[in-house]
Design a protein around this ligand. Structure first.
Ligand code: OSB
Ligand code: MG
Length: 372
């Protein structure tokens, strides 16, 4: 593949419902959409999931734009790309900025698949046509309000519920949901809101609520304290923020800091690295599942393809499009099947078509870069 040009679109999209985590609350989402065009006229799309503010990871939409424009895109123009992974080797010197790398790599995978007429699912080694999904429920004002929101999602057909928690909004809220729905597969996500001391006491009652896992209770870059916490809990500790590479995943598994791993393409620097973590976790008998970053149809298609790999053994945070956006930037909208799954796109590459009118509608600014 010889790359002709890259266009970056900074989009801001209103969310259907406010989404609150322990770190912040948002009613709109920023993203950087990446369009790569090769010299034969094929087009690939990618999504950078960094947010407006660095609440979840150190990156933001604007840092990603900077790193793409000044380092990653020039490296891409440096010579032909035989495989999406090639490009990542070329920019291995760029430290971190995983979400920027992942967005461009995703566009290269889409382009690569379209050129070969093969779906991303096939290219990655996916084995399923539909994948089990759940819903990640943001913080609510009261336990009663939370139970109502959960009831509505169960009514829609979601089979697994994840509850966001933070100090002061944890045990009482989770207990209310557990008592209302004794059998529903349930898990919690603290987005790093606790330290070891508070977690070991405040979260103790959760260990008796039959949860699938407790996600990232401690610091966003920590492994060791999660290991110490795991020693005191029966419920598996799952890491999200802390796992930024296959190397980190290896260390976490070696020290028993992650009995389950949440994989997000952006956080780990791309699909190639995500598959590496999947394989490593499988070898260690550690189940993985797909996290979500409130993606548009582009990133959602990539998550579905990835989640079709065999060691994605827990339902993903990949909900239907109508849970996020009234108007998405892909023509395809993802819907929940009767069995609590979403169907993996079949078409070449990501298998979605971008709605350019919708993209233009949401774009704050865009910039194109051309190879010499
Ligand atoms: O921690 O999993 C998280 C959204 C933004 C940032 C972090 C997280 C999330 C979610 C949303 O939980 C999952 C989804 O896309 O539905
Ligand atoms: Mg999380």
């Amino acid at each position: 593949m010889r790359i002709h040009s890259v266009t970056l679109y900074h989009v801001r999209m209103p969310l259907v419902a406010t989404f609150a985590t322990s770190t912040h609350s948002r009613d709109q989402r920023d993203a950087l959409i990446v369009e790569v065009r090769d010299t034969d006229g094929y087009i690939g799309w990618g999504e950078v999931v960094a947010g407006f503010a660095p609440h979840y990871s150190p990156e933001t939409t604007i840092t990603a734009e900077h790193v793409l424009a000044d380092f990653l895109i020039p490296a891409l123009f440096d010579g032909p790309v035989h495989h999406p992974g090639d490009f990542l080797d070329r920019v291995a010197w760029v430290r971190n900025h995983n979400m920027a790398k992942a967005g461009l790599e995703m566009a290269l995978w889409d382009l690569y698949g379209k050129r070969l007429g093969r779906s991303l699912r096939d290219l990655l080694g996916g084995t399923r046509e539909r994948v089990p999904v759940g819903v990640s429920v943001g913080l609510q004002e009261s336990p009663q309000a939370l139970v109502q929101v959960v009831a509505a999602y169960l009514e829609q057909g979601y089979r697994r519920i994840k509850l966001k928690i933070k100090p002061g909004q944890d045990v009482m809220f989770v207990r209310a949901v557990r008592e209302a729905f004794p059998d529903v597969p349930l898990q919690v996500d603290a987005n790093s809101a606790y330290d070891l001391e508070t977690a070991r006491t405040a979260l103790r009652p959760l260990d008796d609520m039959n949860l699938l896992l407790i996600e990232q209770p401690l610091a966003y870059d920590d492994l060791w304290d999660h290991h110490k916490l795991q020693k005191e809990f029966r419920t598996p500790i799952c890491l999200d923020e802390s796992i930024t590479s296959a190397e980190k995943a290896r260390k976490a598994m070696e020290m028993d800091a992650a009995r389950v791993i949440n994989i997000k393409v952006g956080r780990v620097g791309g699909l190639t690295e995500a598959v590496r973590i999947h394989d490593l976790a499988a070898a260690n008998k550690v189940p993985v599942w797909s996290g979500g970053m409130l993606e548009t149809g582009i990133g959602r298609a990539a998550n579905l393809a990835l989640a079709s790999l065999p060691n994605f053994r827990l339902p993903g945070d990949i909900s239907a499009t109508d849970r996020y956006y009234r108007l998405d930037i892909t023509h395809e909208r993802f819907a929940l099947n009767d069995d609590g799954t979403i169907t993996v796109p079949q078409g070449p590459g990501l298998g979605v078509r971008v709605n350019r009118e919708a993209l233009a509608f949401y774009t704050l600014h865009s910039m194109s870069y051309y190879a010499e």
